[in-house]
Design a protein around this ligand. Structure first.
Ligand code: FAD
Length: 285
């Protein structure tokens, strides 16, 4: 963890683009509340194959204009043509965005073709070649390893490829076992990786939602968490309070050991992030 301690910590919240007017209104309230916590930026996800292209752009612009906080759009390459990717990057640039999160994405079921850019390192390479240093680029990484990785070693090397292609920093997939993060950082240091690797944190909101996401992305839910969630049954309040406690403890441990900030997957909700921020004293930054 030594190299991570040298970076100024950065704090961010992630949203997904709202799909209907009610969700737009809810996200606006969430942004206003979370803006009061003075994050370094808000980021907005991008549906694979460009499925949320306009919605991501609209949400990112609206967040920036309504909150004054830096707003960072994601982009993914799988299933998109070079022309489509270039058009999105040019729109981002024209709208004044200078920081993006670059991902491969996951192919929607039934998608016809992967497209010319098959992995995120190819996307980063493309951005650097075509748009030089117009963007500061974050990429994803996986302390518990990506589910499709051929091996842990290959996954680390593939992560390094994205940095060698020109990415500036990384955000992790969520995890509940801090040792997975610390070990991952140690392995990165051994490979000579020296960029900030910000832990991604998913506050537990409901048990079914957590199981569904974790199944898809390969994040492990420790048995003690699952057992407790099962005992809470339908008691949403107890689950929420427990989730906030778990995330607070995890974040506190990560920051104490030198993690260079936090990135919270908010699920477009403010309550859990606000409570975690207050517990950590980050609301007074
Ligand atoms: P890659 O880095 O390309 O890795 C994917 C897999 O391929 C890994 O197993 C890797 O080891 C392997 N690999 C990589 N490069 C090579 C290579 N050159 N040769 C052979 N194998 C290789 N998804 C979205 O659709 N939209 C979003 O907005 C979004 N935001 C995210 C934000 C964060 C912080 C994170 C952690 C994930 C996000 N995702 C998003 C999910 C992400 O798209 C998936 O996890 C996806 O499966 C992998 O994306 P990646 O960019 O990490 O892919």
């Amino acid at each position: 963890m030594e190299s991570q301690k040298t970076y100024t910590p950065r704090f961010s919240f992630e949203f997904f683009p709202p799909r209907n007017p009610e969700a737009v209104g809810k996200l606006q309230t969430t942004q206003q509340r979370l803006a009061k916590l003075s994050p370094d930026f808000f980021s907005v996800t991008y549906g694979a194959g460009g499925s949320t292209r306009e919605m991501t752009l609209e949400a990112t612009i609206s967040i920036r204009d309504n909150t004054g906080v830096e707003s960072v759009p994601h982009i993914s390459c799988i299933g998109s043509s070079i022309e489509e990717i270039l058009a999105v990057l040019q729109r981002y640039k024209a709208e004044g965005f200078r920081h993006i999160v670059a991902l491969r994405g996951d192919l929607p079921s039934g998608a016809a073709s992967m497209g010319p850019l098959r992995y995120a390192n190819e996307l980063v390479e493309f951005i650097r070649k075509d748009m030089a240093d117009d963007f500061c680029i974050d990429v994803a990484c996986y302390p518990e390893f990506h589910p499709q990785a051929a091996s842990t070693r290959a996954d680390l090397e593939n992560f390094k490829r994205k940095l060698d292609a020109g990415a500036n920093s990384a955000i992790t997939q969520y995890f509940y076992n801090p040792d997975a993060y610390f070990r991952f950082i140690d392995s990165c240091e051994k490979l000579g990786i020296d960029v900030p690797i910000v832990p991604g944190i998913m506050p537990i909101i409901t048990c079914t939602q957590l199981l569904r996401f974790s199944e898809a992305c390969g994040a492990e839910i420790p048995r003690w968490i699952l057992q407790r969630l099962r005992d809470f049954g339908d008691d949403r309040r107890a689950i929420r309070e427990f989730g906030i406690d778990v995330a607070t403890e995890l974040c506190s441990h990560l920051l104490a050991q030198g993690a260079p900030g936090l990135h919270l997957y908010t699920m477009n909700q403010a309550e859990a992030s606000e409570a975690i921020w207050a517990n950590l004293g980050l609301d007074k930054r």
